[in-house]
Design a protein. Structure first.
Length: 404
């Protein structure tokens, strides 16, 4: 967010490298077999998404008979026959996604191997390829996070040339199967130098986009990994939305400077929930925010089907109207109004009763059409001001009739 009428705080320089997947968003699949993903792809594309994110392809410890999560405890990074399907089925899924105009972002695990497995069972790694530092005891200690075992998962030594050779072959295999990008798992548990000097360059050399899961509430920590060359998930924004904004006791003013999106909108993936992180009370309202604001949004399959009408309508608004820097036009505890410079005016109401606010806009004496089917058309005054009436725990999206 920003001071009234000014570009969002820290708004990126226009020459900063930006996500180039399209103007919609990412649909995240989780614990879904490759054939089931393949069958869902026409609906995903029809809804207006640009990309899908899919679970790790390598052979892992847990099967459908085991508790979640599956796919995140590797046994063999170079064997892509897994609980989700065969390597051939994976490639068919990727090819079908491309036929539907969808990019594929593959989850990749480079921090650890499966817990409770004899080291001799790992085809490519032995005792000396692990740190053996024991479990993380203090999750506020940055050194421990990077050098001890995450929840009993043996921590790989990225300092080892052999370990790096295997992990580069893992990236190469993904590239050969045609994926478009890689989402690094458990990034905060891996030293930043590994991504800067090795993993991100491996991906870049093969034409792959990279995204990091930096599960941390600190903007500075997330920026440390962003500076290695990857795009990052905006966890600082997620925690603020979940804990301080999108619930009955929330406050929109807490969004001010809350995440990476205002500093690096072209390098930030925003989200409301995922397999590790639950949604806030006002889940739909939070999606209305991320799907119309800056950043590149991701929607989780565990919460919304591809055919969800609300998300599809917001994606349509995003693709056709949500461009340009965000300018805050009004913010108080219960209401937030921002304009995507000359293209779209969005109003959010967190209260349980209708709220009216008068705001400045870029349009003088102009009729604005309501695009989300939650309000009536309005006309701005000669000075560009307009009164908006926002339904309880809902949103409105306005644009000039000439915008389509």
């Amino acid at each position: 967010m920003s001071v009234y009428g000014a570009p969002a705080t820290g708004c990126k320089p226009r020459n900063e490298d930006a996500i180039d997947l399209g103007s919609g968003g990412v649909y995240q699949f989780y614990h879904t077999p490759w054939d089931a993903i393949r069958e869902a792809l026409p609906a995903v594309a029809a809804a207006g998404y640009d990309a899908i994110q899919v679970p790790p392809a390598q052979r892992s410890k847990r099967t459908w008979a085991d508790p979640e999560p599956r796919g995140y405890q590797p046994i063999d990074h170079l064997d892509f026959d897994s609980a989700f399907g065969t390597e051939s089925e994976y490639q068919q899924m990727v090819e079908t996604a491309h036929e539907q105009g969808l990019a594929v972002i593959a989850d990749a695990v480079v921090n650890h191997m499966a817990e409770g497995v004899d080291f001799a069972q790992f085809p490519h790694f032995g005792w000396g390829d692990f740190r053996h530092g024991g479990p993380i005891r203090d999750d506020t200690d940055e050194w421990e996070l990077k050098h001890r075992d995450l929840e009993g998962l043996p921590d790989l030594r990225q300092e080892s040339e052999h370990v790096r050779e295997v992990l580069e072959a893992y990236v190469e295999k993904y590239a050969r199967l045609g994926v478009d990008g890689i989402r690094w798992d458990a990034v905060k548990h891996v030293p930043a130098w590994f991504f800067r000097d090795h993993a991100n360059p491996w991906a870049s050399e093969r034409g792959l986009f990279t995204l990091g899961e930096v599960l941390h509430g600190s903007v500075d920590t997330c920026e440390e990994y962003l500076e290695t060359g990857m795009t990052v998930m905006d966890y600082p924004l997620y925690f603020t939305m979940h804990e301080e904004v999108f619930h009955r006791d929330g406050d929109f003013r807490a969004l001010d400077g809350a995440g990476l999106v205002d500093r690096h909108p072209g390098r930030t993936v925003t989200f409301v929930s995922n397999h590790d992180s639950s949604p806030p009370e006002y889940e739909a309202l939070a999606h209305a925010f991320i799907l119309t604001y800056e950043g590149y949004p991701r929607v989780y399959s565990g919460r919304f089907d591809p055919e969800d009408d609300t998300i599809a309508r917001l994606l349509s608004i995003r693709r056709t109207l949500a461009v340009g820097p965000a300018h805050t036009r009004h913010v108080d505890r219960n209401t937030y109004v921002f304009e995507r410079e000359g293209n779209l005016l969005v109003g959010l109401n967190r209260a349980r009763e209708r709220r009216s606010v008068t705001v400045e806009t870029s349009w003088a004496a102009t009729q604005l059409s309501e695009r989300s089917d939650t309000g009536e058309d309005v006309t701005t005054d000669a000075d560009g001001t307009v009164e908006l009436s926002i339904p309880p725990t809902e949103w409105i999206c306005y644009a000039p009739p000439s915008r389509s």
